[in-house]
Design a protein around this ligand. Structure first.
Ligand SMILES: [Zn+2]
Length: 455
């Protein structure tokens, strides 16, 4: 009997080792601070999931936290605390939305602006739930790269949302030293809350994602808003559409669903989530747990991988271009941001003395250590060698004689979205809103981009 048990346990362990994990994240943007029925919807969702043994992540808006406190909804707070808590901006759709106030700014002043506008909301959520928010996600598609560093400093290490501004093969990735669960393409799906006949489409989409990920492991996500379960229109579209910014006294409440329609929405959601829950080999996790299912971000790149920067500045063997550059410079793995701006090489010579190049390398190392980011360029006397050219030159350098200059090929920038008008098309942004500057900043930060590897 004991022998049989041991054989069984060994078989179970073997099966576990052989099957790469598939993780599923369920999250709710808990944002509607205008319609009180949305509080009840959040309560019910949290309770239903707890009854099923599922932990979701509720990304809460700062103003929503204040309103829950004012309305004395200790029941909602207690129910949500059974799950994970994230942050979903201070005011969500009151203008200026995050992309509105970040566009036109650089990294440093944008980070300061984000911190100034968002800290009180982050703290309101933290205080109400007695829990540091584990993650952030922008309202709508109001995304900007300046959020990353600030969130990291506040202790939120996961960026969990959806958008097309940045992505990596429809799976989680590292960007600006945040774990991004973002832009998962067909690995994000949901059940339509109004059409029971479409439920099989949603469960099939989930099954297909599981099948796709069986061999490699990976992440699937689903997201909703509690308010969707009780309203027929979004609370913010009613009030803040295309730049409108009415005073609080003029806010309108969204239209409510009928009791039957609301009940059907809950039932459709629960039927979908029961399908997920009963699928073998799928583990449901929160944003807080997600960080531990991936290998740590800081891994030293091998020199063999780093040398490939000479051909193209891109992820090689899973290492970000920044990881590779650090390895070439002999700097230990550490957090480092991309450059602040796009410089242009002014150096005319095709080869330079080694001593001048060695001084440039020392400058680059000092900049990384002092500022925690890659320099825009290095100086060869009075002339500049921009960062891509410096990286490619360093990667190709034989180590003896004069140094041959090589032009960098910024291949990794293709992973950043290019159509700002489309990527920022959101009912709350002004019509035609196209913050190209935010995408340009994202391209500069693409030095930090790499896939997140499961443990
Ligand atoms: Zn939202």
């Amino acid at each position: 009997m004991r022998k049989l048990l041991i054989i069984f346990l060994l078989a179970a362990l073997g099966a576990q080792a052989a099957t790469p994990p598939i993780y599923y994240l369920l999250w709710f943007d808990t944002e509607d601070y205008i319609e009180p029925a949305a509080d009840d919807a959040a309560l019910r969702l949290a309770q239903e999931l707890t009854q099923r043994g599922i932990k979701a992540t509720f990304k809460v808006v700062g103003e929503k936290a204040r309103v829950l406190e004012q309305r004395k909804r200790t029941d909602v707070v207690a129910a949500l605390k059974q799950h994970d808590i994230g942050y979903h901006s201070n005011y969500h759709s009151i203008h200026p939305a995050p992309a509105e106030y970040l566009n036109g700014k650089g990294m440093i002043d944008g980070e300061q602006e984000f911190a100034m506008r968002e800290l009180s909301g982050f703290q309101a959520v933290e205080k109400l739930f007695s829990m540091r928010p584990s993650c952030y996600g922008q309202p709508g598609n109001s995304w900007g790269p300046q959020a990353n560093k600030v969130l990291r400093q506040w202790g939120a290490r996961v960026y969990m949302d959806d958008g097309g501004q940045v992505g990596y093969d429809q799976q989680p990735f590292w960007f600006g030293s945040m774990l991004y669960i973002f832009n998962l393409g067909p690995n994000a799906m949901r059940a339509n809350l109004d059409k029971p006949e479409l439920l099989p489409d949603a469960t099939r989409a989930f099954d297909r994602a599981v099948d796709r990920l069986r061999a490699t492991g990976g992440v699937i996500q689903t997201y909703y808003h509690p308010t969707e379960f009780v309203t027929t229109e979004f609370w913010d579209g009613v009030n803040f559409r295309h730049g409108a910014n009415p005073e609080r006294s003029d806010w309108k409440r969204p239209n409510l669903r009928s009791k039957e329609s609301s009940e059907r929405a809950f039932q459709l959601f629960l039927a979908f989530i029961d399908h997920v829950r009963k699928t073998p080999g799928v583990k449901i996790i929160t944003a807080r747990e997600a960080i531990d299912v991936f290998q740590p971000r800081e891994q030293p790149a091998t020199l063999d991988s780093a040398r490939k920067l000479a051909e193209n500045i891109e992820v090689h063997d899973g290492f970000s271009p920044a990881d590779q550059l650090l390895a070439l410079l002999g700097v230990a793995p550490r957090h480092v941001d991309g450059p602040l701006r796009r410089a242009a090489t002014t150096l005319k010579a095709q080869e330079i003395p080694r001593a001048a190049f060695d001084r440039a390398k020392q400058d680059a190392i000092r900049a990384i250590q002092q500022f925690g980011r890659l320099p825009d360029s290095v100086w060869i006397g009075s002339q500049e060698l921009d960062l891509p050219d410096f990286a490619a030159t360093l990667a190709a350098d034989s180590g003896t004689g004069n140094v041959q200059i090589r032009n960098g090929n910024l291949a990794m920038e293709r992973r950043i979205g290019t159509n700002a008008a489309k990527l920022y098309n959101w009912v709350i942004h002004p019509e035609g809103y196209a913050p190209e500057n935010l995408l340009e900043l994202a391209r500069l930060q693409a030095w930090t981009l790499k896939p997140a590897k499961l443990r």
